[in-house]
Design a protein around this ligand. Structure first.
Ligand code: CAA
Ligand code: NAI
Length: 706
C-alpha cells in the first residue's frame, strides 16, 4: 500500500433507520484484518443502537467484495477470523441485507450468505473460487450454501469455481432479487425499506432446508466424489470440499462449521495452497514489466501476419477472436490458399462441435483478408512474422516490412530460437522490432513470451503487453538468447530426460512419472505430439557447434531416421492407431533403445520414480536459475509462469522455481552435485543457485525487488 492510500475501513452511515456499512478496501474490498475488526465492531454497535432498525452491507467502488485477503494466507492469523465475523453477522438480531455489485467471491459471497437477505444488480458475479487457490470456502460457505441451494448445486459451484451472473444467481437461489438499476446502494436501501415495512426479521441461512432430501443429496456427494477422484489428479482441496459438504449433511450446523475449519486449515497448510497462491500473484506480477510503467502502448487495430502455417494461422485466429482486423501474407497463391483454409478450419471445427454458427464465422472472417502482396500491410499497426525458422527467410521478410510498413508500426517475430537483435539490426528501424513468441496452438495456449531486444523502444514493449491483454494471453518478458526462457530451459531438461532413457529408464516410465507429478502429458508424449522432425533438424543444424565432450543421446535420431516423427506419422516413441491419438507402447522402440545402450557401452540400471523427478527437476531448476542470473527472466516468477502456461507444469506446484523453494535449495544443489559425479560437464551448478544457498535465501526473495 502506498503512503497516500487511505487505510481499509468500513464506513458507517445512518440513513433514516437503516445503517449502511460500506466495505472500503480498494481495489476489491478484500476482507483483511482491519475490515474484519471494523465490521465486527459495526455490527455490535448497530445491535446496541436503538436508532438502527436494519443493516445494509455494500462495497465501495466497483465491487462488493473479492473475498479473504489472499496476502494474509500463510501468515499468523489475526483476530477476529472471518468465520467469527460472518457468524456475528448471521446472529444479528436486526435484519442484515447485502446488496451486491461487481464481484462477491469467496469470503465475499460467504459474507453475503450470512446476511439475512441478498440482492444483486446487473453485471454482478457471484462465486466460490477458493478451489483455484487450493482452498475451500472457510467462512461457513460449505455449510450455508448446501443448506440454501442443496448439495448438488453447491458442489457444482465450489468445485468448478464458476462465477454466476446476477440473473443466474437469482435462478440458483443465491440471491432473493435483482436490482432494477446498477446502483447497489439505492437498490439495497429500497429493498431494506420494503423488508422493514413488511416486518421481515432476521432469516438465517443456517436454518434453510435445501438439504432435507437426504438420499438425493447423498447421491450428489457420491457422484461429485467419483468425478473429483478421476479428474482432479492429485489435488487436495476438491476432495476436502466434498468432505465438508458431507459434514453439512451429517452434522448439526455448529459441528459442521468446526469440521469446515479443520479442513480449511489442512488446505491452508498444504504446499498446493502455497503453489496456487504463488501462481495467482505471479500472474499479476508478470504484467508489471519496467516498460509498461515507463511508456504508453501504441494503438493497435490492424494486424498483419506473415506466414499462414501452423503458427501464423493460429496467431491470425487469436487476433480475429480479439476483434482485431487481420491481413495474412503468404509467399505464393497455393500457400495463401492453404493459409486461408488453416484459419477457416479452426472455425469450421467449432461449427462442427456446435459452438459457433455459420453467421458468427462469416462475421469474424469479414475482418480477415489475405494477400501475396506486402503492400497490403502498408497500414498495419503491428505485423507478426511467422515464416520458416530460417534466418535468411526472416531477414528477407523484415526487409520487405521495412520497405512497406508505415512509420510507427510494430514489427514482431515469432521465432522460437533465432537472434532477434540480429533481425532488428538488419533494418532501418530497430527500435520497432520485438519478439512475440506464441505457443502452439497459438489461439489456445495462454503463454506469450515478449522477447525484448537491445534497441527496442519502451512503447513497443508496452504495446506487446497491451496486445497480450487484448488476446487474453499471459505475457512474460524475456531477454534475447537461444530459446529465450522456455525453450532454453526445455532443451536442458530434455537432455536430462534422454540421458535417463539411455541409462535404463523407459520413455513410458518417465512419462508416467511426470504425469504422476502433475503434468497432463510426459515429455515423450509431448515430443510425439509436436513432431520429432523439427528437433531433428535443429540437432543437425547445431551438430557442428556441439561440444564434443558433451554427452549426446542418439535414440531420437534413430527414430527419425525411420520416419517416425510421432503422431503425424503414426509412430514415434508410441504407436498410434490410424487417425487417432490413442497411443500404445512400442516394443520395437524399446529394442532400438536397447541397441543404442549397447552401442554406447551402457549397462542399463533401474530408476525409481523419485529419482526420475529429482533429475528432471534439478535440470529444470538449474537452467531456470541461469536464466534469472543472466537477466533473461526478470524474476524467478517469470520462469514459473512460463512453465505453467506454456509447458503444462502443474499449477498447484507454483512453477519450477516455487517448487525448488519448497523442496529446499540446499537439497537441489546437493542433487546436482551428486549427479555431477557421473557427468560434471552437464551438471554444473548455476552461480545463482550456489549464491542463494550460501546466503540461506530462496528464489522467492528475488520476486519482490521493486
Ligand atoms: N486478496 C488480496 N488481494 C487481492 C484479492 C484478494 N482476495 N483479489 C484481488 N487482489 C488484488 C490483486 O492481486 C491485484 O493486486 P495488484 O494490483 O497489486 O496486482 C488487485 O487486487 C486487482 O486484482 P485484479 O488485477 O485481478 O483485478 P480484476 O478487476 O481483473 O479482478 C477479481 C478482480 C475478480 C476480484 C480478481 O482479482 C479475483 O479473482 N480475485 C480473487 C478472488 C478470490 O479468489 N477470492 C477468494 C479468496 S479465498 C477466500 O475468500 C477464503 C475464504 O473462504 C475465507
Ligand atoms: P510452418 O512451416 O507451419 O509455416 C510457415 C509458413 O510460412 C508456411 O506456410 C510458408 O509458406 C510460409 N512462408 C515461408 N516463407 C515465407 C515468406 N517469405 N513470406 C510469406 N510466407 C512465407 O511453420 P510454423 O510451425 O508455423 O513456424 C513458424 C515460425 O513460428 C517459426 O519461426 C517457428 O520457429 C515458430 N514457432 C513454431 C512453433 C510450433 O510449435 N510450430 C511454436 C512457436 C514458434
Amino acid at each position: 500500500m502506498s503512503c497516500d492510500t487511505p487505510p481499509p475501513t468500513v464506513e458507517s452511515a445512518l440513513l433514516g433507520n437503516i445503517l449502511v456499512l460500506t466495505l472500503n478496501n480498494p481495489p476489491v474490498n478484500a476482507l483483511g484484518v482491519e475490515i474484519r475488526r471494523a465490521l465486527q465492531a459495526a455490527i455490535e454497535s448497530a445491535n446496541d443502537n436503538p436508532a438502527v432498525a436494519a443493516i445494509l452491507l455494500v462495497g465501495a467502488g466497483r465491487h462488493f467484495c473479492g473475498g479473504a485477503d489472499i496476502r494474509e494466507f500463510g501468515k499468523t492469523p489475526l483476530a477476529p477470523t472471518l468465520p467469527e465475523v460472518v457468524q456475528r453477522i448471521e446472529a444479528s438480531a436486526k435484519p442484515v441485507v447485502a446488496a451486491i455489485q461487481g464481484v462477491a467471491l469467496g469470503g465475499g459471497l460467504e459474507l453475503a450468505l450470512a446476511a439475512h437477505y441478498r440482492l444483486a444488480v446487473g453485471g454482478a458475479r457471484l462465486g466460490l473460487p477458493e478451489v483455484l487457490l487450493g482452498l475451500l470456502p472457510g467462512a461457513g460457505g460449505t455449510q450455508r450454501l448446501p443448506r440454501l441451494i442443496g448439495a448438488k448445486a453447491a458442489l457444482e459451484l465450489m468445485l468448478s469455481a464458476r462465477q454466476l451472473s446476477a440473473e443466474e444467481a437469482l435462478k440458483w437461489g443465491l440471491v432473493d432479487r435483482l436490482g432494477d438499476s446498477a446502483d447497489a446502494l439505492a437498490e439495497g436501501l429500497a429493498y431494506t425499506r420494503q423488508l422493514l415495512a413488511e416486518h421481515a426479521g432476521p432469516r438465517r441461512t443456517r436454518d434453510a432446508q435445501a438439504l432435507s432430501e437426504q438420499s438425493v443429496q447423498r447421491q450428489a456427494i457420491a457422484s461429485a466424489r467419483q468425478r473429483a477422484t478421476e479428474k482432479s489428479r492429485g489435488l487436495l482441496s476438491p476432495l476436502l470440499i466434498i468432505q465438508a459438504v458431507e459434514a453439512a449433511l451429517d452434522q448439526p450446523f455448529e459441528d459442521g462449521l468446526r469440521e469446515e475449519r479443520r479442513l480449511f486449515q489442512e488446505c491452508l497448510a498444504s504446499a498446493q495452497r502455497a503453489g496456487l497462491v504463488h501462481a495467482f500473484f505471479a500472474e499479476r506480477e508478470v504484467l508489471k514489466a519496467p516498460e509498461t510503467r515507463a511508456a504508453a502502448p501504441r494503438a493497435i487495430a490492424l494486424v498483419g501476419v506473415v506466414g499462414g502455417g501452423t503458427m501464423g494461422a493460429g496467431i491470425a485466429v487469436a487476433a480475429l477472436d480479439a476483434g482485431l482486423q487481420v491481413t495474412l501474407i503468404e509467399r505464393d497463391q497455393p500457400a495463401l490458399d492453404r493459409g486461408r483454409s488453416n484459419v477457416e478450419r479452426v472455425y469450421d471445427t467449432l461449427i462442427d462441435k456446435g459452438r459457433l454458427t455459420l453467421a458468427d464465422k462469416a462475421a469474424t472472417l469479414a475482418r480477415f483478408s489475405a494477400s501475396t502482396d506486402y503492400q497490403a500491410l502498408a497500414q498495419a499497426d503491428l505485423v507478426i512474422e511467422a515464416v520458416f525458422e530460417d534466418m535468411t527467410a526472416k531477414l528477407a521478410v523484415f526487409a520487405e516490412l521495412d520497405r512497406v510498413c508505415k512509420a510507427g508500426a510494430v514489427l514482431a517475430s515469432n521465432t522460437s530460437y533465432l537472434d532477434i537483435n540480429a533481425i532488428a539490426q538488419s533494418i532501418s528501424r530497430p527500435a520497432d522490432v520485438i519478439g512475440l513468441h506464441f505457443f502452439s496452438p497459438a489461439n489456445i495456449m495462454k503463454l506469450l513470451e515478449i522477447v525484448v531486444p537491445a534497441k527496442v523502444a519502451a512503447d513497443v514493449v508496452a504495446s506487446a503487453f497491451d496486445l497480450a491483454k487484448k488476446l487474453g494471453k499471459v505475457p512474460v518478458r524475456a531477454g534475447v538468447c537461444d530459446g529465450f526462457i522456455g525453450n532454453r530451459i526445455l532443451a536442458v531438461y530434455r537432455q536430462a530426460v534422454d540421458a535417463m532413457m539411455e541409462d535404463g529408464a523407459s520413455p513410458y516410465q518417465i512419462d508416467e512419472a511426470l504425469r504422476d507429478f502433475g503434468y497432463p502429458m510426459g515429455p515423450f508424449q509431448v515430443a510425439d505430439l509436436a513432431g520429432g522432425d523439427i528437433g531433428w533438424a535443429t540437432r543437425q543444424r547445431k551438430a557442428a557447434t556441439r561440444d564434443p565432450r558433451a554427452r549426446y543421446v542418439q535414440i531420437a535420431d534413430r527414430l527419425c531416421e525411420r520416419g517416425w516423427f510421432g503422431q503425424k506419422t503414426g509412430r514415434g516413441y508410441y504407436r498410434y492407431v490410424q487417425g487417432s491419438r490413442s497411443a500404445s507402447q512400442d516394443p520395437e522402440v524399446l529394442a532400438i533403445i536397447d541397441a543404442e545402450r549397447a552401442r554406447a557401452g551402457i549397462t542399463p540400471r533401474s530408476f525409481s520414480q523419485p529419482e526420475i523427478i529429482r533429475r528432471y527437476m534439478a535440470a529444470m531448476i538449474n537452467e531456470g536459475a541461469n536464466v534469472v542470473h543472466e537477466g533473461i527472466a526478470l524474476r524467478p516468477l517469470d520462469v514459473d509462469i512460463t512453465f505453467i502456461h506454456g509447458y503444462g507444469f502443474p499449477r498447484y506446484r507454483g512453477g519450477p522455481l516455487k517448487y525448488a523453494d519448497q523442496y529446499g535449495l540446499p537439497r537441489v544443489l546437493a542433487d546436482i552435485r551428486e549427479f555431477a559425479e557421473a557427468d560434471p560437464l552437464f551438471w554444473q551448478p548455476s552461480p545463482l543457485l550456489v549464491e542463494l544457498v550460501e546466503r540461506g535465501a530462496d528464489f522467492d526473495s528475488l520476486n519482490h525487488l521493486d
